[in-house]
Ligand binder design. Structure first.
Ligand code: GRG
Length: 293
């Protein structure tokens, strides 16, 4: 399933903004800027920034105020992929269909490129043309989503510690909601805040984001079993090889597919309130669970 056509224009706007916010290679030290650009422009789907922009559009069209926040999520996401691929973590050679950052530039520069993207993410967020109070709220949401308390790093730690051990469903849910759903949920929350949403709308979209982000990681687990490395642009079958805690490992493929559908259903029902105004986010949500890569 391809992304709906009208998301192509979002993607083009995001690509241009990412290019604008990233330091040019000509600025010293060139090596780090080259590595940051290499990983950011290696071919990601840009789902988090598109989610952010479309969430903002529900409250202000055009959603230009959300563009810096949208880039923030792509920078944080790319940093997490660079670090996750390092020998100390997943030790992977392939990402987004290309050699991983450390394979191309060496481990020291890859570590620093990840660090630099995380730092740049917050510098970029500070450029949001929005009310300061809304800006501070987004900074706090983003920092928590990327952090250790039910955020991306906390989820990654729990994921590491669950390898090669029996796991209960509740613990698996914690991992998926922290390591993956937190950032996706927050891209939608930040878009809504940047777009000027009222608190009730932010909470409705937070719930949409939580369920769709959770479903996204269940689908990711399924694709790791069902798809090839060529289709995914990363090494397939690694979860089983590393005895990772996944939905297919715990519940089997069929039940995992049902869980993904149930979670997506809960997510999409949050958009019912908005009628046609929720159509783009609805289509994006449907894409997230129907995708094959
Ligand atoms: C290392 C700090 C640190 C965090 C790691 C879990 C994680 C955070 C990274 C590992 C990669 C992974 C399993 C991420 C979970 C989210 C996920 C399924 C990422 C892939 O996202 P896509 O499909 O990728 O949006 P593209 O390349 O299209 O951007």
């Amino acid at each position: 399933m391809k992304l709906p056509d009208f998301f192509e224009s979002d993607r083009a706007a995001i690509e241009a903004a990412l290019d604008k916010f990233l330091p040019p290679v000509e600025i010293q030290p060139s090596s780090i800027h080259e590595a940051m650009r290499y990983s950011v422009f290696a071919g990601g789907k840009r789902l988090r920034p598109i989610m952010c922009v479309e969430s903002a559009r529900m409250f202000s069209d055009p959603p230009d105020a959300a563009i810096p926040a949208a880039c923030t999520f792509e920078f944080i996401h790319t940093y997490s992929l660079i670090h996750d691929d390092l020998p100390a973590l997943d030790n992977d050679d392939l990402r987004r269909g290309k050699p991983t950052c450390h394979k191309k530039f060496g481990e020291p520069i890859a570590i620093l490129a990840g660090d630099a993207l995380l730092t740049l993410a917050f510098e970029t967020l500070a450029k949001s043309p929005i009310e300061p109070q809304r800006g501070i709220q987004i900074v706090s949401e983003v920092a928590r989503a990327a952090g250790t308390v039910r955020g991306m790093i906390g989820g990654q730690v729990a994921d590491l510690e669950a390898e090669r051990r029996p796991i209960e469903l509740l613990a698996l849910e914690f991992i998926h909601r922290s390591k993956t759903a937190a950032l996706i949920r927050t891209s939608i929350v930040a878009g809504a805040i940047a777009g000027g949403a009222e608190e009730q709308d932010v909470e409705r979209l937070r719930s949409f984001g939580e369920y769709i982000g959770w479903a996204f990681q269940v689908v990711d687990d399924i694709l790791d079993v069902e798809e090839s490395s060529a289709a995914l642009g990363k090494t397939a079958g690694k979860d089983q090889a590393q005895q990772k805690a996944t939905y297919p490992a715990l519940l089997g493929l069929e039940r995992s597919r049902e869980v993904a559908t149930e979670l997506a259903g809960k997510a999409l029902s949050e958009l019912d309130f908005y009628g046609a105004r929720g159509d783009r986010l609805r289509q994006l949500g449907e894409f997230l669970v129907a995708r094959r890569a």
